[in-house]
Design a protein around this ligand. Sequence first.
Ligand SMILES: NC(=O)c1ccc[n+]([C@@H]2O[C@H](COP(=O)([O-])OP(=O)(O)OC[C@H]3O[C@@H](n4cnc5c(N)ncnc54)[C@H](OP(=O)(O)O)[C@@H]3O)[C@@H](O)[C@H]2O)c1
Length: 263
Amino acid sequence: MADIPQYRLNDDTYLPAIGLGTYSLNGDAGAESIATAIGLGYRLIDTAYSYGNEDAVGAGIRRSGIARDEVFVTSKVPNGHHGLDKTRRAFDTTLETLGLDRVDLYLIHWPEPEDGLYVDTWKALVEFREQGRARSIGVSNFHPDQLERIIGETGVTPSVNQIPVDLFGQHPEWREANAAHGILTESYSPLKHAAEWRSHPVVTGIAEAHGATPNQVVLRWHLQNGLLPIPRSRSAEHQRENLDVFGFELSDEELGRLAGLAR
Ligand SMILES: NC(=O)c1ccc[n+]([C@@H]2O[C@H](COP(=O)([O-])OP(=O)(O)OC[C@H]3O[C@@H](n4cnc5c(N)ncnc54)[C@H](OP(=O)(O)O)[C@@H]3O)[C@@H](O)[C@H]2O)c1
């Protein structure tokens, strides 16, 4: 089983450096994929109210036989549920559907600036953390000005900002804005554009040099940039491949060539 390093968050807790994305892993088949991933060594499971699979995530964790405290569960406030009361109700539903009495990380899925409620939503998350029902709290898809606003109005800095980062969409300024606040960047859709980069000579050349696959090189690029990728796979073979990324290291020169693929 892989020995997964951990990132220390700004609230002095830890998260495994890689997780399993679960979008579209629903129903019994989804629960089975999640249980398989935990059996392979995944310890961070990323779900959301809006994926409609928190029940499958809860079932997958129970099916895996793992102790609750050994797995880290992330979920997210759904769009349309912003504001103190709606967020409180959504969070109650999330815990009930997961069959858990707390999550390890709770995020605001999208800022929804047109609703103008994300500061109140953030206050609800602070409350959940104080109650011990969310161990850590953070946001997703928040731009730097939106981060500044919730920090300025509440004095509480998110621990995580989950944003889209892939080899072609690297968003260095966004990642730097997170880092400037001590916020860990989680990369969602970390394998996006794989159909294109999987055969790109820069990626295949680096993969060959390390006896690795293109997917492993790209996940390694995320890790060595201090990012926490959450690749999704329903296939045990792919899950295993994506987790087997701690036995080699890319050089600065290789990281530079990969950075050069940003569009
Ligand atoms: N916060 C947000 O707004 C947001 C938005 C999007 C996603 N997310 C989160 O991020 C997670 C990951 O993003 P994503 O689901 O968009 O996509 P992704 O992880 O970038 O890519 C998933 C795709 O890659 C394939 N794949 C995975 N490993 C592979 C491998 N080793 N070889 C070949 N193919 C492989 C999967 O197919 P197989 O199943 O066949 O392996 C699947 O089609 C989501 O599941 C979700 O948890 C969050």
